[in-house]
Every structure is written in C-alpha cells, then in structure tokens.
Ligand binder design. Structure first.
Ligand SMILES: [Zn+2]
Length: 148
C-alpha cells in the first residue's frame, strides 16, 4: 500500500531534486534536463512542461533580494559603481544558478502532484490505486468485523 504524496511533499522532493513520487530517484539527468523515468520507481516525467516558469520565479526572488541589498549598500556607504558591480553581479549570477535547478524541480513536483498537462493520467492511476488500497482495507476490516 502506498501513501498518496501531498502537494507540499511533492514540491519539497522536487526542490531537493528527487523524484516527487518516491523521493529517492534523481529528478535531473543534467543541469536542467529532467529524467524521462525515475530510476527507482519508474514514474514517467516526460509530461513535465516547466518551460520558463522556474526562470521567472528565480528572477523575482533574486531580484527582490539583490536590489534592496544593493540600494541599502548604496545609501549606507555610497561605494563606487565598479565596486557595486563587482559585488552584485557575481551574487546575482551565482544565486540565480544555484536556485534554478531546485526551482525547476519544485515546479515539476507541483505539476506532477496536481496532474497538470499529461500528468493527469498518472494522477488518475495514483488515485485509483489509493482507492483500491482503501477498499481492500475496508474489506479486510469488514471481514475481521464479521469474524468477531
Ligand atoms: Zn521515483
């Protein structure tokens, strides 16, 4: 019997770049290339359509951190422009690269758990199997109840 995966759990597993279904297999085969199937549970990830959404999210998050920090440094210390560039360009570049893969993983986890795009078939299969396990549990409890 498998427990259904919650939305938060699927997004968390994706953010840690693990398979949203089992949490063990790798979600990426290269930097931003999602695996076709999980090596552990064989879940199909070909229906994922994260597209540019992870990049938009990373731009929003990094922009909301870097721009206020840059302005605070400018107001407090008024350093020369070359020093501001020397600090904030690498910070922006490395934080964007560091967040891009986990953010894409989280988006794939979100799409998988909610059944977006062609993940609907996978979601229906998961719902059917959890319903079956619930029914078998109910049948077992009815049988044990009948024996009492
Ligand atoms: Zn898996």
């Amino acid at each position: 019997m498998t427990q259904p995966v919650s939305l938060a759990q699927a997004v968390r597993r994706g953010f840690t770049m693990r398979c949203p279904n089992c949490g063990k297999g790798h979600l990426f085969r290269r930097f931003l290339k999602v695996v076709d199937h999980c090596e552990v549970c064989d879940e199909d990830y070909t229906p994922q359509r994260a597209d540019d959404f992870p990049a938009y999210l990373v731009i929003v998050v990094v922009g909301h951190v870097v721009v206020p920090a840059l302005l605070a440094v400018e107001i407090a210390y008024a350093p020369p422009a070359w020093l501001q560039l020397a600090i904030w360009l690498p910070v922006t570049l490395f934080s964007s690269l560091a967040l891009l893969q986990p953010t894409k993983g989280a988006i794939v986890g979100l799409q998988w758990q909610t059944g977006m795009h062609d993940f609907a078939e996978s979601k229906n299969r998961r719902s059917a199997s959890s319903t079956k396990s619930t029914q078998s549990t109910n049948t077992t409890s009815m049988k044990s109840h009948a024996l009492i």
